[in-house]
Design a protein around this ligand. Structure first.
Ligand SMILES: Nc1ncnc2c1ncn2[C@@H]1O[C@H](COP(=O)(O)OP(=O)(O)OP(=O)(O)O)[C@@H](O)[C@H]1O
Ligand SMILES: [Mg+2]
Length: 251
């Protein structure tokens, strides 16, 4: 059983001119898998996430989540973007409780949920702070907690660590793996970093230039839990080399 099944998806944007963003895009993802998508800029990675999250309409083909064809957004599918997109006028706690509030979860239960996920992302003590009082890494942690507060089946992440410094990025990668283990959800992770993709994923899929489709699907057989020391092993480098070859063939 696949939690995500995209079949020959095509998306044509029709603004000033017609742009085919993705074409013949097929992907199957199993429950609790961690899959990264990598590919040249403008190849349609974000477009696929928006389609799968139900935030953009599909031109042709179909996407099934848990066996049902998607039509529109659903709290069971959460998305974290590169820009933090927090509500600046809400505290950390209120940001995290936003999804449950919309779902009409009662106050005491909302509080339990926000306590759980704020703790999971390591932001205890910052519940009453506002986004402008937080660092970039902390804001992205809030964005992750806010996404998880809906207890999604699928978490889509679009270059979530792209604008962070490299040390914070490394820390958040390891934390994300921990969170993914605890929260038990399926993750689709878009990145431009080959090593990030190898370190995090069960599978790395490489997309072609626009119109994007999948040209390689590489299983990462490194054992878990993943340790940072793995980055300097020959096996790790071999995965990077293989993926780099596919990526460079497209740019
Ligand atoms: N709302 C839109 N209207 C018109 N064209 C769009 C829209 N969104 C994306 N596109 C076009 O679709 C193509 C794919 O865009 P997309 O944002 O999915 O690429 P990407 O792979 O995420 O790139 P990057 O790595 O730079 O984030 C691009 O040519 C882009 O200009
Ligand atoms: Mg993008």
């Amino acid at each position: 059983m696949f939690i995500i099944e995209a079949q020959k998806v095509c998306k044509i944007f029709n603004k000033r001119e017609e742009i085919t963003a993705i074409e013949n895009f097929s992907l199957k993802v199993r429950e609790n898998e961690f899959v990264s998508i990598i590919g040249p800029s403008g190849c349609g990675k974000s477009t696929f996430l928006l389609l799968a999250a139900g935030l953009e309409s599909i031109t042709s083909g179909q996407i099934f989540i848990n066996g049902s064809k998607i039509n529109g957004p659903d709290p069971k599918r959460a998305i974290v973007f590169q820009e933090y997109l927090l509500f600046p006028w809400k505290t950390v706690r209120k940001n995290v409780e936003f999804g449950p509030l919309v779902r009409k979860v009662m106050k005491a239960e909302r509080r339990k949920i926000s306590d759980k996920y704020i703790k999971m992302v390591g932001l205890e003590g910052f519940e009453d702070r506002y986004p402008h009082e937080l660092s970039g890494g902390m804001k992205q942690r809030v964005a992750i907690a806010r996404a998880l507060a809906n207890e999604p089946e699928v978490l889509f992440m679009d270059e979530p660590f792209g604008s962070l410094d490299s040390l914070t990025r490394e820390m958040l990668q390891s934390e994300l793996l921990q969170i993914w283990t605890e929260a038990k959800c399926t993750v689709i992770f878009v990145t431009h970093s080959i090593s990030e993709a190898v370190y995090l994923s069960d599978r790395v899929v490489v997309m072609s230039r626009r119109p994007g489709r999948i040209i390689a699907d590489i299983r990462i057989n490194l054992k878990r839990p993943r340790l940072r020391e793995m980055l300097s092993t020959p096996e790790f480098s071999e995965y990077e080399r293989k993926i780099r070859e596919f990526v460079w063939a497209q740019v």
